[in-house]
Design a protein around this ligand. Sequence first.
Ligand SMILES: Nc1nc2c(c(=O)[nH]1)N[C@H]1C(S)=C(S)[C@@H](COP(=O)(O)OP(=O)(O)OC[C@H]3O[C@@H](n4cnc5c(N)ncnc54)[C@H](O)[C@@H]3O)O[C@H]1N2
Ligand code: MOO
Length: 385
Amino acid sequence: MEAISWGSARTLAAGAACPLKPSSVPLREALGCRLAASLCALVPVPGVDVSAMDGYAVAGPGPWRVVGRVLAGGVAHGRALRAGEAVEIATGAPVPEGCEAVLPYERAEAGEGRVSGGFERGRHVRRRGEDIPEGTVVLGAGAVVTPVALGLAAALGHDTLLVRPRPKVLVLVTGDEVVHEGLPGAGRVRDAIGPFLPGLVEWAGGRVTEVGGLPDGAEALRTALNAGVGAPDVVVVCGASSRGPADHLRSVLGDLGAEVIVDGVAVRPGHPQLLARLPDGRLVVGLPGNPFAALSAALTLLAPVLRELAGTPAPRETSALVGPVRTHASDTRLVPVRRSARGAVQVGHDRPGSLWGAALADALAVVPPDWSGEQIELIELPPGG
Ligand SMILES: Nc1nc2c(c(=O)[nH]1)N[C@H]1C(S)=C(S)[C@@H](COP(=O)(O)OP(=O)(O)OC[C@H]3O[C@@H](n4cnc5c(N)ncnc54)[C@H](O)[C@@H]3O)O[C@H]1N2
Ligand code: MOO
């Protein structure tokens, strides 16, 4: 299969993914997902007429005789207030029937079972449904569930939300030379891809369920791909995408009857990258072993797949590029930059084997082979936190 252009690769990746079916998840798990249905108020807010202040609920003009006390969550006053009566009341407590206003402590003079002060009809009483009437649609389908939206959903009585679920991603890091902790000894290299993928996947709308290490060898890879049947939506295989003796991804995918959708992309770094669909529907993304090349490939194939599965649209951004930039004769270059008022500024340190430049950058500039100084597309890098 011919290496295809960077733009076509992104389009094919998005087109290969079918949006996941909506599912109902507990509030906490819905964070960052898209609502699959509009969010409605199951209850009015407030639920009943309540006091907005700590003070006295009063009926008619003062002075008033204090006939009881109501705390938030406590027992409501047993009977309707009559003109000239008051009950001491806490913020949020239901006002008794007949209450016409609440007099805050600061405005009240109280003593010997009586209270007096200025009377303003309707003051400091929040009426049932005044903030949000029952049945109101407060957020439309497609809205992102933010931390604040979770609070709102809880206030409106929801325990679960119908959302587009986060696609589940299994990461397989291959390579006999790859170690996962400590200082890499002679001939060894620390895994630099497994640590960045969970954050990148989360940012693109998915969730990494496991990062597993695999030795080189077709058998281990075949077993791992078979073991995941039905579980993850996407399997990411790192470091087996080239054509060396230890790069078994293509042959294993062939044995498993996978349909190869992308095999090689005209992008630097990261051209040996791959996208395939297994017969059970799982998508497999092959990332190159060089860490910056893996990042480039993850943004080219993996992020569009996840965004499509999760229904999260890709942000689009263009910018001027400051200073001269090297173009490649036939391939698109992804160049680490920082945004500034003047435009995107290259940060350097962009060797395929090192994440240094990308870690200094906040975006990658997309430099086509025929670029001649016009505005350039930026791909945002996942921010921290
Ligand atoms: N004959 C060819 N050889 C290579 C080509 C090619 O087109 N024809 N492309 C080169 C490019 S470009 C890249 S990128 C690599 C991709 O190779 P693989 O995906 O098969 O990865 P490896 O060969 O296993 O590793 C490459 C490099 O990266 C190091 N590595 C591997 N995994 C990790 C990891 N998890 N964390 C950090 N570093 C890792 C590995 O030790 C190698 O140094 O192929 C070129 N060759
Ligand atoms: O994709 Mo490879 O990094 O260009 O080295």
